[in-house]
Design a protein around this ligand. Structure first.
Ligand SMILES: [Cu+2]
Length: 106
């Protein structure tokens, strides 16, 4: 009986853990990230969508955050999981004016 209860508890933890991880969409149109500021929780995913007619090259300028999507073609979308807690500066290596911030809380 104890074992069954432990199983149920661990199943609940698994279910709630995945239910709380959210995906957030960031679009790139007119050589701008939208939104410019995104607030998420650690463990969430961010999907970067290229709605422009040119390529983008998304990377993190923040030390210790390994986000590097490299050349992203128009229409492409790439998803990254973010575990780093704190503020992350996102840039495009092709368009220096493209900037956004992802604020990650626990
Ligand atoms: Cu770009």
């Amino acid at each position: 009986m104890k074992r069954l209860a432990a199983l149920i508890v661990s199943a609940l933890v698994l279910v709630s853990g995945s239910a709380f991880a959210e995906d957030h969409i960031v679009t790139q149109g007119g050589k701008k990230f939208s939104p410019a500021v995104l607030n998420i929780s650690a463990g969430d995913t961010v999907t970067f969508v290229n709605d422009d007619k040119s390529r983008h090259n998304i990377y993190s300028k923040t030390d210790g955050v390994n986000i590097k999507i490299k050349k992203q073609k128009p229409g492409d979308r790439d998803t990254v999981t973010i575990d780093h807690v704190g503020s992350i500066d996102i840039r495009c290596a092709i368009h220096p004016k493209m900037k956004m911030v992802i604020n990650v809380t626990e």
